[in-house]
Design a protein around this ligand. Structure first.
Ligand SMILES: *Cc1c(COP(=O)(O)O)cnc(C)c1O
Length: 480
């Protein structure tokens, strides 16, 4: 592609991006599509001859975009709402242009050092102390896997040479509300299902520390090695914050590694008024925070902070001759802190985001999101026939339609039905979970472009769909 051609198409792409982001409101959030629709519409084989860029871009607009669930939409409230901010998008574009691979300092001096700088900036914004060193991974799932690999390294110093075979059982503890990535990491690391113990939670879905203590004492008596305890600050279903200080005290009594999963909730520690909820995480051995979740950075960008980076390196470092370099004693080799050798220049977009918004800009936006969530929670509580399924926390509202006189199973069906109707309308997008064994709807507010009107419109639609569904059931019962 000639420089002139590249320039022309880059302008065209930039125009499309600006137009797209400013007109998202007019699109359905979830597309009108079905499984297989795109696959059926595209050729089964790659083209023999190269195609021209105009055609490729046209197919992007006409075939790909209509199959997109718009995570950038202001009424995207599913999973955890995220946003690709302008500065984040620009950072991502430029990183693609540079195309450096930050394996070791020599392979990309600036990408290596910018990762040092941005993760230190973020660490300070979050109020985590100096000994924590940050590395950027693709996802929290990888970050947690690496943290637990370091914990395994500490609990089983002998395993690097002989593996875990024949060694005493090891166990990782997390709450029943912990993210599935924790159990996935435990399975990947060879501890098996028995190596994972899910601790029950209290009425607000926070880990019950008394039960954790008893479980660890019981396991120690049975000869089980305590490997790690994972506390979650911002659980997936309810955004609950585990009592991390008390959990840390129990973990330390047993010499277990403390990993904090703050993939979603972490950024909120930037708010001074929220900092008390995080007390104790500064004592952790590792903490994961995802800027690609609630910090306006395009996917993917997950920061793993580790207080014992040497344990991470012991778990992962292998330096073959072809990767050795004279600077390896003076600068970090980022390849030493995880499975990946090749690493994208992810710190560039994070640097753009942190500079563009500044601490004040980030604080203002996170406060606004939490305010919108609180207002919706108040409205739900005030509405007859509706209830919160969990105490409202952070930017998440977990709730359900629970009209009197409708059985539990039927309520579950009703809530799924109402959610499907709202999603099919294209007005908003929500997802659900299960709390106390019952279906709950989740509305997550975390997109930069979300305003009160988007939340209000969605709440009105939920209520009218629920009333319509209820009336339908009532008339069906009358007929029966
Ligand atoms: C989203 C989330 C994860 C998984 O994040 P990925 O980056 O998609 O792997 C893990 N833990 C918590 C608490 C989360 O919210």
């Amino acid at each position: 592609m000639s420089p002139d051609e590249l320039r022309r198409f880059a302008y065209e792409a930039a125009d499309w991006i600006a137009e797209y982001l400013s007109t998202l409101d007019e699109r359905p959030v979830f597309p009108e599509t079905r499984p297989g629709a795109l696959r059926d519409a595209l050729p089964a084989r790659a083209p023999e001859q190269g195609e021209d860029m105009d055609t490729i871009l046209r197919d992007f607009r006409e075939r790909i975009v209509p199959g997109i669930n718009h995570w950038n939409h202001p009424a995207f409230f599913g999973y955890f709402a995220i946003s690709a901010s302008g500065p984040g998008i620009l950072g991502e574009m430029l990183a693609a242009a540079l195309n450096v691979n930050a394996m070791v300092w020599r392979s990309s001096p600036a990408a290596t050092e910018l990762e040092d700088v941005t993760t230190a900036w973020l660490r300070d914004l979050l109020g985590l102390p100096e000994p924590f060193e940050g590395v950027i991974n693709d996802t929290a799932s990888s970050s947690t896997l690496y943290a637990l690999a370091a914990a395994r390294e500490v609990a089983y110093p002998e395993q690097r040479s002989r593996g875990l075979f024949g060694l005493p059982t090891g166990r990782v503890y997390a709450s029943e509300q912990a993210h599935s990535s924790v159990e996935k990491a435990v399975l990947t690391l060879g501890f098996g299902r028995e190596g994972y113990r899910a601790i029950p939670t209290d009425g607000a879905f926070r880990m019950d520390v008394g039960t954790l203590r008893r479980a660890m004492v019981e396991d120690a008596a049975a000869g089980v090695r305590p490997v790690a305890v994972v506390a979650t600050l911002g659980t997936t279903s309810a955004a609950a914050l585990d009592p991390v200080r008390e959990i840390g005290a129990v973990a330390r009594e047993h010499g277990a590694w403390l990993h904090v999963d703050a993939a979603y909730g972490g950024p909120v520690a930037i708010l001074p008024e929220m900092r008390p909820r995080f007390v104790g995480w500064e004592e952790a051995d590792s903490v994961v925070v995802n800027p690609h979740k609630w910090l306006f950075t395009p996917i993917d960008c997950s920061v793993l902070f580790c207080r014992r980076p040497e344990a991470l390196a012991r778990a992962f470092s292998i330096v073959p001759e072809y990767l050795s370099s004279v600077e390896q004693s003076e600068a970090r080799s980022l390849m030493d802190y995880g499975v990946s050798l090749g690493r994208r220049f992810r710190s560039l977009k994070l640097w753009f985001v942190l500079r563009y918004f500044g601490r004040e800009g980030i604080v203002a936006r996170l406060r606004e999101h939490m305010h919108l969530a609180r207002e919706l929670a108040d409205a739900v509580e005030a509405e007859e026939g509706w209830e919160l399924a969990a105490p409202q926390e952070l930017g998440l509202v977990t709730f359900r339609f629970a009209p009197a006189g409708v059985g539990a199973e039927e309520r579950d069906d009703l809530n799924r039905f109402v959610m499907d109707r709202v999603n099919a309308s294209g007005t908003a997008f929500l997802t659900h979970t299960e709390l106390d064994g019952r279906v709950a709807l989740r509305l997550s507010i975390g997109n930069l472009r979300t305003e009160a009107r988007h939340v209000e419109r969605t709440w009105s639609l939920l209520k009218s769909e629920a009333d319509a569904a209820r009336a339908g059931i009532a008339s069906a019962l009358d007929e029966a």
